[in-house]
Design a protein around this ligand. Structure first.
Ligand code: ZN
Length: 241
């Protein structure tokens, strides 16, 4: 089975549409979304609608929890909080009720899926280092856990630590080994590569691939500014940070 994994779309419609064009070529059996469809970007309703129509499973991220009032916005950075409040104001009733139903984590195709961390996911911690990862391997029993949240593509293998995950370097998951994988962010990459980022897993071949696609960043930047969202949220898209 071929699975496409997307995460952290962040209401960036142009990045999401470019990603979907590539996904159409891949023809996956399933599309899984690890949360943060909304927040930061100017098109939350449009992105939620596409997820509803095209994505097989979606989880809640901290931005869904923020808008739903389940996570205190005072724990967000200032720009995230401002964007989350703006999102709450513009989100349609239909989008609200749809995101309300998202689980915070689940197991599908024998893969553990969560936005932030397998242990205490509602604390919205980050898995950035081998040390963070080695603790989180205790939080699931499957051989693979997929996360988003940091917007940084990376793969952790339980025994050997961090391994590189780039678009030119498809990874083969070895039997008996365990992995935590992050395919980066569709709508707000932070690894200094501004292209949208997502992943493909072939469960038979056990092959994992990172894919990057270009999109019209200037158009999104203009919409962020026109909607009065923080300028920083437009600027960061250009540098991918
Ligand atoms: Zn995010």
């Amino acid at each position: 089975m071929r699975l496409v994994i997307i995460s952290d779309i962040h209401a960036n419609l142009e990045a999401f549409e470019a990603t979907l064009r590539r996904i159409d070529e891949i023809k996956p059996d399933k599309i899984l979304c690890l949360g943060d469809i909304i927040g930061y970007g100017p098109n939350p309703n449009e992105c939620v609608k596409i997820v509803k129509n095209k994505v097989d499973i979606s989880l809640a991220g901290n931005h869904e929890y923020g808008v739903l009032g389940r996570t205190d916005l005072q724990t967000f950075s200032e720009n995230a909080r401002i964007a989350c409040e703006w999102t709450g104001d513009v989100l349609s009733d239909g989008s609200f009720s749809y995101i309300k139903g998202f689980p915070i984590g689940l197991v599908d195709e024998d893969i553990f899926l969560v936005h932030s961390t397998p242990i205490n996911p509602e604390r919205w911690g980050y898995i950035l280092t081998t040390r963070d990862a080695s603790h989180q391997f205790l939080g699931f029993s499957e051989s693979v856990c997929l996360v988003g949240h940091s917007h940084l593509p990376v793969c952790f293998e339980e025994e050997s630590g961090m391994c590189e995950l780039t678009e030119n370097n498809s990874l083969c998951l070895q039997k008996g080994k365990r992995y935590i994988i992050n395919f980066g962010s569709v709508g707000q990459p932070r690894d200094y590569d501004p292209r949208a980022s997502f992943g493909v897993i072939d469960t038979e071949e056990r092959r994992v691939q990172l894919i990057r696609v270009t999109y019209d960043i200037e158009r999104v930047q203009r919409k962020i500014i026109d909607n009065g969202l923080p300028l920083f949220l437009a600027e960061r898209l250009k540098i991918g940070a």
